[in-house]
Design a binder for this molecule. Structure first.
Ligand SMILES: [Zn+2]
Length: 160
């Protein structure tokens, strides 16, 4: 069976430049008709443009169909280039779906965990989120609608 592999469209990108000791970006995404696709991917390289110590991060997120009503999600954040050894990063993912009349039916947020050292070594230590089932089975009927995804990446300790 051929892989049905679709990039996730970005509907908005918002940068905060004035965090006290870091930087933050939010990507707003929307998956439409999730149940017609077996795999979705979102790939983004985030450069902080820090004046003191710029860093670059690769974010990858994949949604995979496990069974008719079950989708999983795995996301990984990796430092790929840096002038700052101390810079660290975390991310969170918020998933939400609406009922047909636009009332929120489901909202859930997931925080990244560390794999490796807390002080991130480039191309080695990762932050990850692993969601075995993105929607409780009782909400599986909304999979043919829109799944709204918000990804917020926060980089800290690069400037003061
Ligand atoms: Zn900075």
């Amino acid at each position: 069976m051929a892989t049905n592999h679709v990039p996730v469209p970005v509907i908005n990108e918002h940068h905060w430049f004035a965090l006290r000791d870091g930087h933050r970006v939010q990507y707003s995404l929307c998956l439409s008709g999730l149940n017609s696709v077996s795999e979705w991917e979102f790939n983004k390289t985030y450069s902080t443009l820090c004046e003191a110590a710029p860093t670059k991060w690769n974010f990858h997120m994949a949604f995979k169909r496990i069974s008719e009503k079950i989708y999983s999600c795995e996301a990984v954040l990796l430092k790929v280039a840096t002038e700052c050894k101390n810079a660290n990063a975390t991310f969170r993912i918020r998933l939400s779906v609406d009922e047909e009349d636009s009332r929120p039916a489901f909202v859930q947020e997931f925080l990244s965990v560390s794999e490796g050292n807390e002080a991130i070594v480039p191309h080695q230590d990762k932050k990850t989120v692993k969601i075995p089932q993105i929607l409780p089975t009782e909400h599986a009927h909304v999979l043919n609608g829109d799944l709204f995804i918000s990804v917020i990446i926060t980089v800290t300790s690069c400037h003061q």
